[in-house]
Each structure stands twice: as C-alpha cells, then as structure tokens.
Design a protein around this ligand. Structure first.
Ligand SMILES: [Zn+2]
Length: 428
C-alpha cells in the first residue's frame, strides 16, 4: 500500500510539474504582438510593429512548448533567465501566399500579422521563423520583450462590442474559444447575423469529430457593426465600408475573400475570450478563405454557406490542406512535389510515414485506384492540393474536397481530434 502511495505521489508530482508551467511563466492575460511581414518573392522581412496587453488569456494551457501541426511559420517564446522555450505556435499567412504569385516578382508589399501569446511574468525572447518551399525554417525576427515595458498598450478594457455565447462547452480556461464576427452587417442587421452565427456553430457540430467533442468548444457571436451592408467586390467595382475591409478578388482570384486588416480584427475583439476567429460576410457572392491560426472568412447568403464555412474552419482551425484539384491543375506552383507538405491530409509521398500510412489496410495499393474506393475508405488517391498529379489525398471525397460531401474523411477527422486533445489535455 505504502509502495502504491509512493508511486501515486510520484506520478502526481510529475503531472503537477507539467501543469504548473503556465502559472510558472505566465499570468492570466494575453500579450498581443503585431508585426509587418514585408518583401517580395526573393527577400522577406519581419518587422515588429506594436505590443499590447489583453485582459485575459483564452488560448491553450497545455503542451505550451510543443507544436502539433506545423504551418508556414512558427513563433517561439523563450524565457530569457532560464533559456527555456515556454511557448510556441504555428501559423500561416497571406503574405506567404502572395510571395508565390507573379506580382511578387516585380513589387514589394507588406502585410499585417498578429500573434497572441500568454502574458509572461519575466523577460522573454520572441523568434519568428518562416518555412521555405523546401520545408526549412528560416529565422526572420528575434527580439526581447520586457513585460514591464511601459509602451505595452492595454487594450480590451472599454468599448467592447456586444457578444453572446452561442455554445458553451466548458470554462474559458478549459475549452477552445472561438469567436464569430460580423462583416458587412449594419446595426439593424444584427438579428440576421446572430442567426448566421448559430447556423455556423450548428454546421460545425454536424461534423465529426466536432460533434463528439462539443464539450471542448465555446462559440461566441460578436456583433461587430459595419457602416455598409454587404462586402466589397472589386471586379464589379463594388466597394463597401465594412468592419474589417474585406474584399473578394484577393490576388485577382474571384472567389478568394480575405482581409489584410488583421489589426482591425484583433482590435475589435480585444477583451473578449478568443483563440480562433470566424468572420461571416453578409453577401450572397460565393467565396471565402481560411488561413491556419489566423481566421476563416466566408459568406452567409450563398446556398453553400454551411459546407464552405466548415471547410474554411478546417483550414483556419486545424491546418488541413485542400483535397481538391481540377484536371487542368497540372503545373500549379503551390506545393513543391519533392517536399512533404505540412498539412496532415495531403502527401507528396516524400515522407508518407509521417502521414496516414498507419491507417491504411494491409496491402492497400499506392496510389489507390478510385474504383477501389468501396474497399479502401482510406487510401492514397492521386490529385489534391490544386494538382492532378504528384499530390495525394486520403479518400475519394471529403469536406476538404467538395461541398457535396457530408463529412471530413477519416484522416481529417483524426487530425482534428488530435489537435483538440493537444489544446485541451496535457500529453502523457
Ligand atoms: Zn480529408
């Protein structure tokens, strides 16, 4: 009995020593760090813009010094005194998409990016690294932050927009906090917005594994008011004055709806508990965008509103890749076919063992013929990531491939479930 007690005590103290990390290094507030990412296709730079403090921390409290899903970049926070990594996170950016388009060969541009980290008790070193096409991380910025710096502006203490909880799965410090924001809704359209926010939440929970992990999420509808109704559609010469200045035709692609006004988004929700952002655009024009650990932006009056918002949330929340392609997409430049992409649900087979290899039935042919889809619900089907050749997806259909499919494929489901656990449970 005594032996058992000692063992129990030993394990308990290990658990405590892990779970104490948050309180050891952080207070229950957020340090918001704004950057400008600037440059062109050849040279990129990351410049520190502004620091601010938000009144509470609504991000993860577990596995703080680890990354589960990589993105196109990483932020790393080191405690200066102990030289210990105390927080890290992955992200993707619009800037890194822009540098792949022809315009970036002849012009230099800058893009806003904002990252949230728990507010440190002591001096920290913050590093920003970006992933190149070959998958190598290159450090672009390194700077110290003193939490007592008088120039850290306190935000979120007043002028907080109305917000309501539309789903409450747990306490703020135990659940994943998602905010749904209004874009292009005037003050008289807030009833409609709240309905759309509820539809969004319901659509996400119609999909596994979100359905079974409902208790791990909080969803809040935030009534961010726009001057004009609707959003900007540049190809039709329609420009609207909206809360986040979003527009279609991003990078001259009709359906690509984004905003580069990232600081406006974070300013609007300072003081509200959030870690993930969904923005609903009040228009019937088809389109959207989802950037990993940045935001989902999608349109609400289109018949495909529900599948699209879930698809985009697959990008922005879980870092899933697009499983679609068109037969004409042969020389798309998005992915390097000799590098394993970081997204959990697509592969170039360069390093397939890090993907869903273990989920394949014995003797599954690689690549898998789509005619055998009934036999292999998980396979290696060619065509994904905007390329008909050289990139493979796990299933013939998936929420990350078409709007008609009802579910995420088994590999996407596993990827989402792993991430939810990583955010909400201490790894053993
Ligand atoms: Zn999938």
């Amino acid at each position: 009995m005594k032996y058992f007690t000692l063992i129990s005590f030993f394990f308990l103290s290990i658990l405590l020593s892990f779970s104490q990390d948050f309180d050891t290094f952080f207070v229950d507030k957020t340090l918001r760090i704004d950057y400008s990412f600037a440059g062109d296709s050849k040279n990129q730079h990351v410049f520190l813009d502004q620091l601010s403090q938000l009144p509470l921390w609504a991000g993860r409290r577990h596995n703080l010094s680890e990354i589960l899903r990589e993105g196109n970049g990483q932020i790393k926070v080191t405690d200066v005194a102990s030289n210990k990594c105390i927080y890290t996170d992955a992200f993707s950016t619009l800037f890194q998409e822009w540098i792949t388009i022809p315009e970036a060969n002849t012009a230099k541009r800058s893009f806003e990016n904002t990252f949230l980290v728990p507010f440190p008790k002591n001096k920290i070193l913050v590093e920003i690294s970006l992933r190149d096409r070959k998958g190598t991380y290159v450090k672009f910025s390194e700077h110290e932050i003193d939490p007592n710096d008088i120039l850290i502006k306190k935000k979120g203490l007043k002028d907080i927009p109305n917000y309501t909880a539309i789903h409450q799965g747990g306490a703020i410090d135990k659940a994943i906090n998602v905010v749904i924001l209004a874009e292009g809704y005037t003050s008289s359209e807030m009833d409609t917005f709240r309905e759309h926010a509820k539809t969004t939440c319901d659509a996400i929970f119609e999909h596994d594994p979100f359905k079974t992990l409902k208790d791990k999420f909080n969803f809040y509808a935030v009534e961010t008011i726009s001057e004009d109704s609707g959003v900007s559609i540049p190809r039709k010469n329609i420009w609207k004055d909206t809360a986040f200045s979003s527009h279609f035709d991003t990078f001259y692609s009709d359906r690509y709806l984004t905003t580069s006004h990232v600081k406006d988004i974070h300013d609007a929700i300072a003081g509200i508990p959030y870690a993930h952002i969904i923005i609903l655009a009040n228009t019937d024009t088809y389109g959207g965008g989802g950037i990993f650990n940045s935001y989902t932006l999608t349109t609400t009056h289109h018949p495909d509103f529900k599948p699209v918002v879930v698809h985009e949330f697959g990008h922005s929340f879980a870092g899933l890749g697009d499983e679609y392609f068109y037969d004409s997409d042969v020389l798309d430049n998005t992915y390097d076919l000799e590098t394993e992409p970081w997204e959990a649900n697509i592969t170039t087979l360069v390093n397939f063992s890090t993907k869903w290899k273990k989920m394949l039935k014995e003797n599954t042919p690689i690549p898998t013929d789509p005619k055998l889809a009934n036999k292999y619900d998980v396979g290696v089907y060619e065509g994904a990531g905007y390329s008909a050749k050289g990139i493979f997806r796990p299933a013939t259909d998936c929420r990350m491939k078409t709007n008609t499919c009802k579910n995420f494929c088994p590999v996407c489901q596993r990827a989402i479930e792993e991430l939810v656990k990583f955010y909400t449970e201490q790894k053993k």
